[in-house]
Design a protein. Structure first.
Length: 702
């Protein structure tokens, strides 16, 4: 149906498959045959366009010309008309191309003539000022234009270096007296740094606040670049006025994408002067409503400079501002968090937050900064206070949550990469909840919000403490974070591994010898193996002993009523009494209803020297007999860091009567305790079977 589009695709595919091979010399003749044989007009038109293009361009047209084509299709008026139309279009296109080429050549000539004229005018202007410029003076207007060319401010002045751009502007010929025009300009730039008519700091600030620039600003900056290091030390670094002028011009008019070479050394030796200049300029910008405070973005790379300037600028920052200014505030706060004392930053933040007229979005920035600063403070009360204030201000509000996310995400950018990672687990948990509750991962097209929330989760998952375990569990169970639940489950699993690896301690030689001698276990695996061994010993005594211990697990009815299996708690208590007796000499504790993750309780918790093994008990008649190992033992109990993945699933076999629970899979009910044990073990993977032990105790009536 879409013939032309399909043919374009075919052409591309042929080009690819034939590795760029050209069309054959007689391609146009073959296309003419296809056109005359085609029944569809669109198909015929496509091939006639190929014929016309070949004839017009004289390519791939072997054996053809316009006359030959017209003769061969002379009996087909429709094809003749299509051929003529295609030729006419191609002829008009070629005519336009020719005109464009002529015009382009003419413009090249015009540009060359115009360039020669401009160079003559520039040279004449420099010649008129030649003597003054050699003495370090010159007309400010001329020097400003030359300095703009030096910094690449003219699109029609070519050159990869400042000197090359001046050479393009002034040419290679010498000035009267044989002076090199480039050296004359450089002398003028150097002299500008010491000129008496360069404005002082107050005048530069005034002009900047009025959106104006002094004519000597760019020449001064160019002079700073061309001065030799020794001359700079003599002429600038001993003159505080010149230092202030240099910093002021740099912060207001610096045209470069990166700081010039002179800036770093001068800033390192005079950070206090730089801070004073930047504070004066930025305060003027704040008063006069300039959209962005560009000078502040020099702060992040120099700690002494930032420590001197950040807090005064934060104190002066207006409590209501535009959206553009929020970016400036965010940068200032993050820089203060990185370089300034936490107590000083908190004092500044508290003073600002006391202002009731502060805008909503700006208050979010200050509160988040307070949360970050309080993480580095000596008082835990500060952190709790800011968590509470931030939650009250942001909770459930999507706009505020977005401002929160924006600040936190930028706190991870260079050079601030250490800022947000100093947060404690409660603060990270709060951020996940506030941001994640209003942003669904599937509805975040750019992925930045999702990346932020997952990054915060990863930070919690890297903390090997019970507090982090509880935080991820609470987040996972929070209904407001339901869309994030798979990510939270994954983070919780990773945290458990981290915590388990951190808390695990290899036994020393003495502990190993103690274990081999039949005393206390060396680790969780030993404790699990010892517990299984004791349970199997009890199982043999119950089944084969002469004391009829199986009776402990049944309830004898009154009168002629039959015996019935005891409740699980009844069975657990009977077993626990015997188990404790055997473990007592080894110093191992066995307690009922051990507390595990998510406030869940295992039937028995066996523990020794900081590690433990959960024991979950079921009867062969229990409805959840086949599912409990996966729904309880593995996800709830064995994941506890102290258990290191180990657990015991213990089943009391009461015989074929009462009827044991049937497996959800097809097949007969088990008829013996060993058969039930084998089938339960078959539900585990090899890795799970290495950690989870299946124990059967036969308490069926003889």
């Amino acid at each position: 149906p879409d013939f032309r589009r399909c043919m374009r695709a075919v052409e591309v595919e042929i080009e690819r498959r034939l590795f760029g091979a050209g069309r054959p010399a007689d391609h146009a003749g073959w296309c003419l045959e296809q056109a005359t044989a085609a029944a569809d007009q669109e198909v015929a038109g496509y091939y006639m366009h190929e014929v016309a293009l070949a004839v017009r361009r004289r390519r791939h047209d072997e054996g053809l010309s316009r006359e030959v084509v017209e003769e061969r299709i002379g009996g087909n008026a429709a094809l003749l008309q299509v051929f003529a139309e295609h030729l006419a279009v191609l002829e008009r296109h070629d005519e336009r191309e020719a005109v464009f080429r002529l015009e382009g050549e003419a413009w090249d000539d015009i540009r060359e003539i115009e360039g020669q004229r401009k160079r003559r005018e520039w040279r004449e202007a420099v010649t008129l000022q030649q003597a003054a410029m050699r003495d370090g003076r010159g007309a400010p207007a001329l020097l400003e234009q030359l300095a703009l060319a030096w910094f690449g401010g003219y699109v029609d002045v070519e050159g990869d270096t400042p000197e090359a751009r001046l050479r393009c502007l002034l040419g290679d010929d010498g000035l009267p007296g044989g002076d090199d025009p480039i050296q004359v300009v450089l002398d003028a730039f150097r002299g500008t740094v010491g000129r008496p008519d360069v404005p002082d700091l107050s005048e530069i600030v005034r002009l900047h606040s009025e959106h104006r620039r002094h004519r000597l600003a760019f020449p001064f900056l160019a002079g700073m670049e061309v001065l030799a290091p020794a001359a700079r030390a003599e002429r600038v670094e001993r003159d505080e006025t010149r230092i202030r002028q240099a910093f002021a011009f740099h912060y207001t008019t610096s045209p470069a994408d990166r700081p010039p070479d002179w800036y770093g050394p001068l800033l390192a030796s005079h950070p206090g002067i730089a801070a004073d200049v930047l504070i004066d300029l930025t305060r003027a910008e704040m008063r006069n409503g300039k959209r962005r405070l560009l000078g502040i973005y020099e702060l992040g790379d120099n700690e002494p400079f930032a420590r001197l300037a950040c807090l005064p600028l934060l104190d002066a920052f207006p409590v209501r501002c535009t959206a553009e200014r929020l970016d400036d505030l965010s940068y200032l706060l993050r820089t203060a968090l990185l370089h300034c004392d936490a107590a000083d930053v908190l004092s500044s933040i508290d003073r600002k937050l006391a202002r009731r007229s502060m805008g909503m979005a700006q208050r979010v920035c200050w509160l988040v900064a307070g949360l970050l600063a309080s993480a580095n403070s000596a008082s835990a009360g500060f952190a709790a206070s800011y968590r509470k204030r931030l939650e009250e201000h942001v909770g459930g509000n999507e706009r505020r949550a977005r401002h929160l996310a924006d600040f936190v995400s930028r706190a991870g950018d260079a050079p601030f990469s250490t800022v947000n990672w100093c947060l404690e687990v409660p603060a990270l948990q709060l951020l996940v909840r506030l941001i994640g509750s209003v942003h669904r991962p599937a509805l975040d097209p750019l992925g930045s919000m999702s990346d932020l929330v997952r990054g915060l989760m990863d930070r919690i998952a890297s903390v090997p403490t019970p507090e982090a375990t509880g935080a991820l569990a609470a987040l996972r169970d929070d209904d407001a974070l339901r869309p994030w639940r798979p990510d939270l489950v994954h983070a919780a699993d990773r945290q458990r591994v981290v915590r388990r690896d951190t808390e695990f301690r290899h036994p020393d030689a003495a502990r190993v010898l103690e274990t081999l001698a039949g005393h206390g276990p060396a680790n969780t695996a030993d404790l699990a193996a010892l517990t299984v061994d004791l349970i199997e010993e009890l199982s043999r005594n119950i089944r084969d002993g002469n004391t009829n211990d199986w009776r402990q697990y049944w309830i004898r009815s009154v009168g002629d009523q039959p015996w019935r299996p005891g409740h699980e708690d009844h069975c657990r208590d009977a077993l626990l009494s015997d188990l404790r007796y055997r473990m007592r000499g080894l110093g191992i504790a066995a307690e009922p209803e051990g507390r595990y993750a998510d406030e869940k309780r295992a039937d028995i918790r066996v523990s020794y020297d900081g590690f433990n093994v959960p024991v979950e008990i079921k009867k062969s008649t229990s409805r959840d007999l086949w599912s409990a190992v996966r729904s309880q033992v593995i996800p709830r109990y064995a994941r506890d860091p102290g258990a290191n993945g180990y657990g015991i699933y213990l089943v009391f076999w009461f015989g074929v009567e009462p009827v044991p629970c049937k497996s959800p899979e097809s097949g007969p009910r088990p008829t013996s305790a060993p058969e039930l044990g084998e089938r339960l073990l078959g539900t585990l993977s090899p890795e799970e079977a290495r950690l989870i032990s299946i124990c059967l105790i036969d308490v069926s009536r003889p």
